[in-house]
Design a protein around this ligand. Structure first.
Ligand SMILES: [Zn+2]
Length: 412
């Protein structure tokens, strides 16, 4: 084990794999387009599969299309698992998701070439379609939607066809569900999509959890009327009401005690004409925080304020929940292990919460989860100029390696 501690991963090989994978779906501007279930996604999966096999892993595809490389351990207990995704948004970068998968493979390459086995088997997981339906990790957590129509692609392709193309099987999706005894712990390495690390100047982010999220659709109904002949006191102006509600959402985001963010990013107004008092406004709220209690309190306050605003403006307000994702906390045991590893490796670190969703969020619903973040320049990702330096990628992979070595001793 001391040998591995002193060696560390082969950073040059890791970064060359990242560059190689970025050739598949390469865009003229330097980015990558590798949307799930496209030809590019399939080619990338084949390349990654070949790397897994070369590193001594057996590879299987589950019913949800997740690719699972398994490196045997000395024992047959639950695996130490890592992984992420290799699909991208339509104009994505080289590192989002990819780093987590390839760093995992690099860790196994190192063990394999040094003829080392841990007590636990290791699993490297490539999750299906993280950027859109999130079907891969949700299926592992047993949380998929049963209606196949929900997963139909925007080009009309059915989920049955999509999954069949990558070796999955929609009719057996329930079989993709994993159990805590199969995965002892899951650690995902990912680029930080927020810029916290850049502002603190730290090398490694120890993720405390992934935020929960609510999305609400709000409809404010007033009465459309002539903008000239309707006196001010007789109006039921839906936009005046909605504007106050938008400000109330922002005020709660700024002033409430938690770590919440609250956004109105969509608003539609009708009839949307210069000479008519607005009769109806639809807007949508996105609310996120790591504390479910705080989220619920914020919603209560928001609804109270909306009712008061509606009363004062003689309008009606209706709120409909569109999405609710529970927060997932990282296991303290894994957070501590990552913090110790950073100290041992001489890497500066800070604790932070993830405000973006990750595959680990779903895996953390049934087993211990942790995440390691490395800096993404300018906090930019889902963009062509997404950048993490080779040195930072290597540091992240070494943190992952050492965390696995520690967890191998901590978990029975
Ligand atoms: Zn990602």
């Amino acid at each position: 084990m001391t040998l591995i501690l002193t060696l560390g991963v082969n950073g040059a090989r890791l970064n060359s794999s990242i560059t190689q994978l970025a050739q598949i779906g390469k865009l003229p501007g330097g980015g990558v387009c590798r949307v799930a279930f496209t030809k590019e996604d399939l080619l990338a999966r084949l390349l990654v599969e070949s790397w897994m096999v070369e590193a001594g892993m057996t590879v299987r595809i589950d019913a949800a299309g997740n690719m699972i490389g398994r490196y045997p351990g000395k024992g047959e207990g639950g695996a130490l698992a890592t992984g992420s995704h290799i699909d991208t948004v339509p104009v994505g970068g080289h590192y989002d998701g990819v780093l987590g998968v390839l760093a995992g493979i690099e860790v196994v390459r190192l063990l394999y070439e040094n003829n080392v086995r841990l007590e636990h088997p290791i699993e490297i997981i490539v999750f299906t379609d993280e950027e859109n339906s999130v079907i891969g990790c949700k299926a592992m957590a047993g949380n998929t939607v049963s209606d196949a129509e929900y997963y139909r692609r925007s080009d009309g392709t059915s989920i049955e066809t999509c999954l069949a193309q990558i070796g999955g099987d929609w009719s057996k999706i329930a079989q993709a569900k994993r159990h805590p005894q199969e995965i002892a712990a899951f650690v995902e390495l990912h680029v930080e999509q927020g810029g916290v690390l850049e502002s603190t100047g730290d090398e490694i982010g120890i993720v405390q959890g992934i935020v929960g999220q609510y999305r609400y659709a709000v409809t404010v109904t007033g009465r459309p009327n002539h903008a000239g002949s309707t006196p001010m006191h007789a109006r039921k102006d839906a936009l005046v009401a909605a504007a106050q509600m938008v400000l109330a959402v922002n005020k709660l985001g700024v002033e409430a005690a938690g770590e919440q963010v609250a956004t109105v990013g969509y608003l539609n107004l009708s009839p949307n004409a210069t000479n008519i008092v607005p009769g109806k406004v639809d807007f949508k709220i996105d609310l996120r925080d790591i504390s479910q209690t705080n989220l619920e309190e914020l919603l209560v306050k928001m609804k109270e304020e909306f009712r008061a605003i509606a009363l004062a403006t003689k309008t009606e307000v209706e709120m409909t929940e569109m999405l609710h994702v529970l927060p997932t906390l990282a296991a303290p045991k894994i957070q501590n292990a990552i913090a110790e590893v950073c100290q041992e490796l001489g890497l500066s670190s800070t604790y932070l919460i993830s405000r973006a969703g990750h595959d680990a969020q779903e895996i953390g619903r049934f087993t211990d989860m942790g995440m390691i973040f490395v800096t993404s320049r300018g906090g930019i990702s889902h963009a062509e100029d997404e950048y993490t330096s080779p040195e930072q990628c290597t540091q992240g992979a070494n943190a992952l390696l050492q965390t696995f070595l520690k967890l191998d001793r901590l978990y029975s």
